[in-house]
Design a protein around this ligand. Structure first.
Ligand SMILES: Nc1ncnc2c1ncn2[C@@H]1O[C@H](COP(=O)(O)OP(=O)(O)OP(=O)(O)O)[C@@H](O)[C@H]1O
Ligand SMILES: [Mg+2]
Length: 310
């Protein structure tokens, strides 16, 4: 019989509190008189040392969430903790310190991550020198980081002398310069072909294993579920479903399968996949019945006469 080893479910290890803990998080942007609700009651827990991905349609709130976690944007309401720090009540000074020491960020646009007139090693040195490290120590660590991202042969190339994938690897080294426990990446492979994207994802995996960095990646990559521990989908500013990677061993062979779950928040809300609602013709309301060890959701017309409804 094949043995089955479930992946640990993040946020449920009783010993350790989650490293990232967002509950009922809201972000409302105001432009003139118009309000845009970019996050509407989002829940997310991420374990320390986890590597996970966030997917979702354009405009669903992915970048907004990442900017909040990066300390670049303050949430409007709810709870957001990273490593025990409360992102809603941090002062301006604490936010600057948080951004400098606690998070590394990689943007989709390669050009946004790097200073164009500095070479690779100088780009990686900048954040360390700004943090007060001596030039010689910064040079040594920058060289090590560029070796870690397999660019030791490109130390003195400027960004325009590097391929898109190489530029993103320099960007990752820059993001890791001050040794942050958290690495956030917003569509880091958006401008790369599938080979370049594969190399960048492999690198994330290696850095995650080697340094224990917690990594959250926003991506549209269709193969992402095979590359990370967990994929959370965001719909309309809320996390809706999660896919976990499971490893089954059959004899000597390890097989990877994926399990999809619907998330249930503290208030008992869940999002039923649109295609199920459409198929069952469920619109404004449905009947929830307790079945044998399960809940059943019935469309209104089938529910009449069942339960207490008459
Ligand atoms: N600075 C801002 N001011 C006003 N509205 C904003 C701002 N940033 C984002 N929004 C709005 O908030 C919503 C969520 O945007 P967000 O950038 O988080 O989406 P996304 O999931 O990252 O999309 P994409 O996949 O296209 O990058 C969108 O409706 C967007 O128009
Ligand atoms: Mg975005």
């Amino acid at each position: 019989m094949p043995s089955y080893e479930p992946a640990p479910v993040p946020g449920t290890d009783l010993g350790a509190p989650p490293y990232i803990d967002c509950q009922d998080l809201f972000k409302i942007y105001k432009i003139a008189n118009l309000e845009v609700v970019a996050l509407r009651g989002l829940d997310l827990k991420v374990r320390r040392g986890e590597m996970m991905a966030i997917v979702g349609a354009s405009g669903s709130g992915k970048s907004t969430l990442l900017n909040v976690l990066a300390g670049l944007d303050q949430p409007s309401a709810g709870r957001a903790f990273v490593g025990g720090r409360d992102l809603l009540t941090m002062s301006g000074g604490e936010m600057v310190e948080y951004r400098r020491t606690q998070v590394g960020f990689v943007w989709q646009q390669t050009g946004r991550n790097l200073v164009p007139y500095l070479n690779a090693v100088q780009n990686v040195e900048v954040p360390m020198i700004l943090a007060g490290m001596s030039r010689s120590a910064a040079r040594e660590r920058a060289t090590e980081l560029l070796e870690a991202v397999k660019l030791e042969h490109r130390l003195h190339h400027n960004p325009n002398q590097l391929s898109g994938g190489e530029q993103q690897r320099v960007s990752i080294a820059v993001a890791l310069a001050n040794n942050p426990p958290l690495l956030l990446a917003d569509e880091p492979t958006g401008e790369l072909d599938s080979v370049g994207a594969g190399i960048v994802f492999e690198l994330f995996g290696e850095l995650n294993r080697r340094y224990g960095v917690t990594i959250v990646i926003v991506t549209h990559d269709p193969d992402i579920a095979a590359r990370v521990d967990r994929v959370a989908a965001i719909r309309d500013g809320r996390t809706s479903t999660e896919i976990f990677r499971r490893i089954r061993t059959e004899g000597n062979e390890a097989k990877v399968t994926h399990d999809e779950y619907v998330l249930v928040d503290a208030a008992g809300r869940l999002q039923i996949p649109r295609e199920f609602l459409d198929r069952l013709n469920i619109h404004d309301r449905a009947k929830v019945l307790m079945g044998e060890g399960r809940l059943e959701v019935l469309p209104e017309h089938l529910a009449r006469g069942q339960g207490e409804r008459r």
